[in-house]
Design a binder for this molecule. Structure first.
Ligand code: ZN
Length: 576
């Protein structure tokens, strides 16, 4: 490829609309352009990056025994009405009518379409498993599209689906996908974690999110520093390390704490450390009220509460509810005499000599012994994990890195096959419902996430597998015939070696070419100029490390191959 004949409209200035690195750099590097809110045109270089991700995904999906098909993006509303999602999906579903006034939607996901396909074709257990996937543009009408390809409304997604005879077979499909996803993200050269995700009402360990690690990520992961354990902080288990306190304490007494609502205010006023204060939070769970107790320096994890109570809806109780239950303004709730079910974090089991709210205005209690003075319905893991906690599997320290979700695998069970009556006859001729799984990768989002993870002040630093071009070749003296001839020769040599290359043959100053090369982010740069040729060398630069070197013209093919291998190995080593 030659820069002079390519459509690569790089920008010197960062467009004001862009907030995050990937959005800024994709615009500046001439890889995407906004058509309308959350909807982007993928320009040639951007499309090459997306295609590179799609190619790796496709190869690994095929190797895992999934077959590619392509479903329409226009979906009849009737299918979505069968599963109830037409009512429940909300405004993210873009709906419209055809000329005959029939309902349609633009597919954000394709469970209904694929279930409709399979139920019409599969009759016998002999035809299962069915394992299919597609790579396609999806549409989700986000309320606040932002961050460019990170949270667009239209995006390229790989969605795969499996249909199995029973739970064990469905688990096998799931395991195959888990392994394929591990290979995909390793091959793409990204630092990532497979993270146990919350499955909400379905339950069980049947959902993993694949997170690209990046400081700008919106999700926080609890990741072990030693073993493979990683979980979304929403579900990370907390193993309580302490021992119950059995010393006992004197009877509790009420003290005045005027105006002290928060743990910090109470702890300062009474001269007691926050970890000696019990925080009492009131929640409304499916319309009923409960209290949750955690140590003053901890936070309640309401997803754990929701799962513990097998609830649909968990909300912090309103101010009116708190006042009615505690006979005091918000900030003075406590477990003693509180007439609602009380759930306490496991860490508080055996807690004695704690400070709690007094259920009276401007008052707290000293010397509370939970077992003696309150009625606790159950102790359970109810708090959010912190960096001071340890791995629930191996006990090693954990860290809390930020991540960007790029993949999600999910054992669906019979949610769709039940609703849509996708059944088969087993070996005894008995009708049974198929067990489903679904497996997504945000293909265009992977490109954005790769940039969030790999960039510097000069531009993008693409991993070799994703880079739109692996090598950018700068001709510093396009006016000189011998330099241009050598640049052409190296260009052809690289293509012969199967290395994608962009030859910057533009009539531009070297400074402009260096800037664009860094911005576009090809992992390898080669620089050909009159001065170097006179010395019998071309210069090379590893975009990731910034390391520069010289390759002798005399043995160029071998020297080039060896240097490129070093660059690739550097990327691999970084993964470990
Ligand atoms: Zn561990």
């Amino acid at each position: 490829m030659r820069f002079s004949s390519c459509y690569i409209p790089t920008l010197k200035e960062t467009p004001a609309e862009a907030e995050v690195a990937s959005h800024k750099l994709l615009l500046r590097a001439g890889m995407v352009r906004k058509l309308t809110s959350g909807v982007y045109i993928y320009l040639p270089l951007g499309l090459r990056a997306i295609d590179n991700v799609a190619r790796v995904v496709r190869e690994e999906m095929n190797a895992a025994g999934f077959q590619e098909l392509l479903m329409p993006s226009v979906i009849p509303g009737d299918l979505w009405k069968e599963t109830g999602r037409w009512e429940h999906y909300g405004k993210e579903l873009l709906r419209f009518k055809d000329r005959n006034d029939r309902d349609y939607c633009l597919g954000p996901t394709h469970e209904e379409v694929i279930t409709d396909l399979v139920r019409g074709e599969v009759r016998s257990y002999r035809q299962l498993p069915v394992r299919l996937y597609q790579i396609q543009s999806k549409f989700r009408d986000e309320i606040r599209p932002r961050f460019g390809l990170m949270r667009g409304r239209e995006f390229v997604m790989k969605d795969g689906y499996s249909f199995d005879v029973d739970d064990a077979a469905a688990d096998a499909s799931y395991a195959i996908m888990y392994d394929a996803y591990m290979r995909i993200f390793q091959r793409l050269g990204l630092r990532f974690r497979a993270v146990e995700a919350d499955t909400g009402s379905i339950g069980g360990n049947f959902s993993h999110e694949f997170m690209v690690l990046a400081d700008t990520g919106e999700d926080t992961i609890a990741a072990c520093t030693s073993c493979h354990y990683a979980a979304n902080v929403e579900r990370a288990e907390v193993v309580w390390k302490g021992t119950p306190c059995t010393t006992g304490c004197s009877p509790y007494e009420q003290v005045a704490t005027p105006g002290a609502h928060s743990v910090e205010e109470v702890s300062a006023m009474l001269g007691v450390a926050p970890e000696r204060v019990v925080k009492t939070m009131l929640f409304t769970v499916d319309g009923k009220h409960v209290a949750v107790l955690v140590r003053g320096d901890r936070e309640v994890n309401d997803i754990k509460l929701k799962n513990l109570l097998k609830a649909q809806d968990v909300q912090l109780a309103s101010g009116e509810v708190v006042e009615a239950l505690t006979h005091a303004p918000v900030g003075f709730a406590g477990p003693v005499g509180l007439d609602v079910p009380i759930y306490a974090d496991a860490e508080l089991q055996g807690a004695t000599d704690y400070v709690t709210g007094a259920n009276a205005a401007d008052a707290h209690l000293l010397h509370v012994d939970l077992a003696r003075d309150a009625v606790v319905t159950a102790y359970a893991d109810l708090r959010a994990i912190t960096a001071a906690d340890c791995c629930p599997r191996c006990g090693a320290p954990i860290e809390l890195p930020k991540g960007i979700e790029v993949g999600h695998i999910f054992k669906l069970g019979t949610k769709y096959s039940d609703a849509m009556h996708a059944v088969f006859l087993d070996e005894n001729g008995k009708e049974r419902v198929m067990i489903m799984g679904c497996y997504g990768i945000g293909v265009s989002r992977v490109v954005a996430a790769a940039i969030e993870q790999n960039n510097d002040e000069n531009g993008i630093i693409f991993p070799p597998q994703i880079a739109p071009v692996q090598c950018i070749l700068l001709n510093l003296d396009p006016g000189k015939e011998d330099v241009s001839a050598k640049a052409d020769e190296i260009h052809d040599l690289l293509e012969e070696q199967g290395v994608s290359v962009l030859l910057d043959d533009r009539e531009e100053r070297p400074g402009v070419k260096f800037k664009d090369a860094d911005l576009i982010g090809a992992p390898m740069q080669l620089i050909v100029g009159g001065k170097g040729l006179a010395r019998g060398i071309v210069e090379c630069k590893d975009r990731r490390t910034g390391e520069k070197g010289e390759l002798p013209l005399a043995t160029l093919p071998e020297a080039l191959a060896a240097w490129m291998e070093t660059v690739r190995q550097g990327w691999q080593a970084r993964m470990a």
